[in-house]
Structure formats: structure tokens, C-alpha cells
Design a protein around this ligand. Structure first.
Ligand SMILES: [Fe+2]
Length: 228
């Protein structure tokens, strides 16, 4: 197991214990990250998110983060062997960007579901109570989330996270592929243009307004339950 100065694997545990990895060659005792399969077909989220977007987003963008993470880890492994601290430090941005990209997208796919499989069905129980406690209603939460997330400058993500210190659910935005580490991530919405431009062009608010129709609240509730 590699020792990483940037806690890619530690963050992985926060996000999901099922980040895809596979064993590699017999000459190297490490495994590489792999692109996880989507839990639905590329066209399953239509008309909210087109098959074209899903295919490019998954096959090209997410794959690029997986590839970048594997390259960065290999270089980091060598830098550790060489006791080359300068190189270890220099690799931190690549680990953060590609590791964050892999972690964030792995969660994003699970946070969505086709309508026929429950996508868009509102939460209930303790998750709904926690949301109402902070935002009065689910509708108010979505409105606030969309306003804050639409205002992310450049590329980034909007999150509903669980603050373990305050035991509250909170909205957080982060730039680039920065992984959410201050909260337990419950729901992440990708607002990089690659997530919506082919269908919504530059209208990020329209994408944000629509995406709730395919949010898989069951996975959000499960993550909330585990986070508490
Ligand atoms: Fe993305």
C-alpha cells in the first residue's frame, strides 16, 4: 500500500468504499484505479441528461481522472522510494485533481438514477427532517442549493454534506475537482460545463433546475445514515 501525503485513499474511504480498483501485473504489487461501470444505461437519464453527455462524461472525462490518478500515484510511489520529498510535494496538485475527479464522479453516478428507478423521488424520514431543520423545506433547500451552486466561478461542484461536528447538513461548494473533506459528502452535483453544455449550453441554472428529477435520494439517505 502506498503512503500518500495527500490523503487520496483516506478521502476515498469518506466517499465510498467501493471505488473501482483492479489488480494489475504480477510484477507490481499495487492495484490501479479503474473506471466504474455506470449503474444504468447512458440514455437512462434522458431527457434530463442526454446520452451524449453521459457517454462523454463517463468514458472520456471520468476515465481521464482515473488515468491521471494512476500516473500520479506511480510517480509518487517512485518519489517515495527515492526519498524525493520535492517530487512528492510537486505531485500533490495532480493527486488532488485526479483523485478528486475519480472520487467525485464515482459518487455523482450513484447520486443519480433514472426516473423509473426512483430518480427524483423526494427523501423522507430522518434525511428529510434534517433538511427541513436547516432549510425549512425541501423546496427551499433545492432553491438555495441551486443559487449557491450556480454561482460557482468556473468549474466545480455543489455539495450537500454532513458536518460531524455540528451534526447538521450543510451546502458547500468547491472549485475544480477538490474533494469534500470538511463534511461527509451526501450529494454532489457536478457543475463543470462538461456535465451539461452539450444539452443546456451555457445555461447552468437550467441544468441545476432539471437535475433534481434524476437525483437518487435513496443513496443520499443511505450516506446520511452512515454518516451519523
Ligand atoms: Fe464531471
Amino acid at each position: 500500500m502506498l503512503r500518500l501525503a495527500f490523503p487520496a485513499r483516506a478521502v476515498q474511504n469518506i466517499y465510498t468504499s467501493t471505488l473501482a480498483r483492479s489488480s494489475t501485473s504480477f510484477t507490481v504489487k499495487r492495484s490501479k484505479y479503474t473506471l466504474p461501470d455506470l449503474p444504468y444505461d447512458y440514455n437512462a437519464l434522458e431527457p434530463i441528461i442526454s446520452a451524449d453527455i453521459m457517454k462523454v462524461h463517463h468514458e472520456k472525462h471520468h476515465q481521464a481522472y482515473v488515468n491521471g490518478l494512476n500516473v500520479a500515484e506511480e510517480k509518487f510511489e517512485q518519489a517515495l522510494k527515492d526519498k524525493d520529498v520535492i517530487s512528492q510535494i510537486a505531485l500533490q496538485p495532480a493527486l488532488k485533481f485526479n483523485g478528486g475527479g475519480h472520487i467525485n464522479h464515482s459518487l455523482f453516478w450513484a447520486n443519480l438514477a433514472p426516473k423509473k428507478e426512483g430518480g427524483g423521488e423526494p427523501p423522507n424520514g430522518e434525511l428529510l427532517s434534517a433538511i427541513k431543520k436547516e432549510f425549512d423545506s425541501l423546496e427551499n433547500f433545492i432553491s438555495k442549493f441551486n443559487t449557491i451552486t450556480a454561482a460557482v466561478q468556473g468549474s466545480g461542484w455543489g455539495w450537500l454534506g454532513y458536518n460531524k461536528t455540528t451534526k447538521r447538513v450543510e451546502i458547500v461548494t468547491l472549485p475544480n475537482q477538490d474533494p469534500l473533506t470538511t463534511h461527509v459528502p451526501l450529494l454532489g452535483i457536478d457543475v463543470w460545463e462538461h456535465a451539461y453544455y452539450l444539452q443546456y449550453k451555457n445555461a447552468r441554472p437550467d441544468y441545476l433546475k432539471a437535475v433534481w428529477e434524476v437525483v437518487n435520494w435513496k443513496t443520499v439517505a443511505a450516506r446520511f445514515e452512515n454518516a451519523k
